[in-house]
Design a protein around this ligand. Structure first.
Ligand SMILES: [Zn+2]
Length: 121
């Protein structure tokens, strides 16, 4: 991969990182809203249609998003490190180049499609 492409993906990764961090703040707000007991202000958070089930569901979803975010951030950091040491764009499993079409969609991709499919989930 040439330097210009590296730069491009580095920018994409930094933008993606910002997006995830921003999304993380939104998730925190959802978490707060889903836990009115923590804020102590019931009236502003609890509408008359919301029941305990909805709140539990929101909390559940928010914590699930949180896990995905943390995971994504780690992968983005990893990819930025690979850009720094020049191994970016190479499948960490088989050493083949990761197709650019894939990097366009997932700049922090670590595996080529072949290895991704082989990985146990
Ligand atoms: Zn591979």
């Amino acid at each position: 991969m040439n330097k210009r492409d590296m730069r491009k993906y580095e920018r994409a990764l930094l933008a993606e990182k910002q997006r995830v961090l921003k999304q993380g703040r939104v998730t925190d707000e959802v978490m707060d809203a889903a836990c009115p007991d923590v804020t102590g202000d019931l009236s502003s958070h609890r509408s008359y249609t919301a029941d305990q089930g909805t709140e539990n569901y929101q909390r559940e979803m928010a914590s699930r998003f949180k896990t995905i975010e943390t995971d994504t951030l780690r992968q983005i950091e990893d990819a930025l490190k690979r850009i720094a040491d020049g191994t970016f764009g190479i499948c960490v499993s088989c050493g083949e180049p990761v197709p650019k079409a894939r990097l366009e969609v997932v700049p922090h991709a670590r595996f080529c499609m072949k290895c991704l499919k082989k990985r146990p989930r």
